[in-house]
Ligand binder design. Structure first.
Ligand SMILES: Nc1ncnc2c1ncn2[C@@H]1O[C@H](COP(=O)(O)OP(=O)(O)OP(=O)(O)O)[C@@H](O)[C@H]1O
Ligand SMILES: [Mg+2]
Length: 260
């Protein structure tokens, strides 16, 4: 009997597969040593939170994963392929599988919410079937609770709503990996919690693997299967939120005391 082919091929993947493999990467800018021997493995379906103070190289790490920056030493592999060795065509293909919610989360201000969401479908996925496009737009907007806003302009939305649309726009191509850079920064605590819960829902619904960069402890607690702490360009500890919160290491504990 013919094997059933899944449009979403999550089912056939090995759950222990490492989808992002960061091995001994270092990165400096001039004399500024930002990353010093960073190692991080993300498994399929896992949400990994990276906690770290400002200026620690968290965003630089994310840029190395999508090939916007290359490390000076070490390698970053995504789905087993070395990102720094990819040519333009391979990088483009990579970016259809890896969704990236920028720290600024910028939308196109001159486009409606619908047009913002259609953009990656028509430009990146080259979709042409309008019924299919409409269906994707509705599904993803419904997922972030903003179906009503489909014909609004970004300027008519609150900061939290814009973040949600940004999230929807990243999710609409159904990336296998999501990179969230400070998804809750600048939002009030209630909206931050809503965004964190959306990130968790996205993981459950689409079985994505994610890296969530944050210094929002509640976001870390809600979204993270595993938490990694970055200090001085190195990863100094990893574990569950509760394990790290109760760590014997004072420096590790200090991350939790300062902000909660
Ligand atoms: N393209 C670049 N050229 C030169 N220096 C850079 C570049 N990108 C980042 N840096 C430097 O690398 C360091 C780490 O920056 P990065 O943006 O990764 O920090 P971060 O941990 O994301 O901080 P934040 O929490 O404030 O977002 C900073 O000192 C920054 O000035
Ligand atoms: Mg940053």
């Amino acid at each position: 009997m013919a094997e059933q082919i899944h449009s979403n091929n999550v089912a056939k993947h090995n759950p222990d597969e490492v989808v992002v493999d960061i091995e001994h990467i270092s990165k400096s800018f001039g004399g500024n040593e930002v990353l010093r021997d960073i190692n991080l493995q993300v498994k399929r379906g896992e949400n990994v939170v990276v906690l770290g103070k400002s200026g620690q190289g968290k965003s630089v790490t994310i840029q190395c994963i999508v090939g916007l920056l290359n490390p000076d030493e070490g390698t970053v592999k995504v789905f087993g392929d070395v990102v720094a060795d990819m040519d333009d065509r391979e990088l483009k293909a990579l970016r259809t599988k890896v969704g990236f919610l920028f720290q600024s989360g910028a939308l196109y201000d001159s486009m409606t919410v619908r047009e913002n969401l259609e953009f990656p479908l028509t430009r990146v996925l080259k979709m042409r079937d309008q019924a299919e496009i409409d269906q994707r737009v509705e599904e993803v907007l419904d997922g972030v609770g903003l179906l009503d806003a489909v014909d609004k302009m970004p300027s008519d939305l609150s900061g939290g709503m814009r973040k949600r649309v940004g999230l929807a726009r990243t999710m609409i191509v159904k990336p296998e990996i999501m990179l969230y850079d400070e998804p809750t920064t600048g939002l009030d605590p209630i909206t931050s919690r809503e965004i964190s819960e959306l990130i968790l829902n996205m993981q459950k619904k689409y079985k994505t693997s994610s890296i969530i960069i944050t210094h929002d402890m509640e976001c870390a607690k809600i979204t993270g299967d595993r938490v990694v702490i970055m200090n001085d360009g190195r990863y100094i500890a990893e574990g569950s939120f509760d394990e790290l919160q109760n760590s014997d290491n004072e420096l590790v504990r200090s991350f939790f005391n300062e902000t909660t």
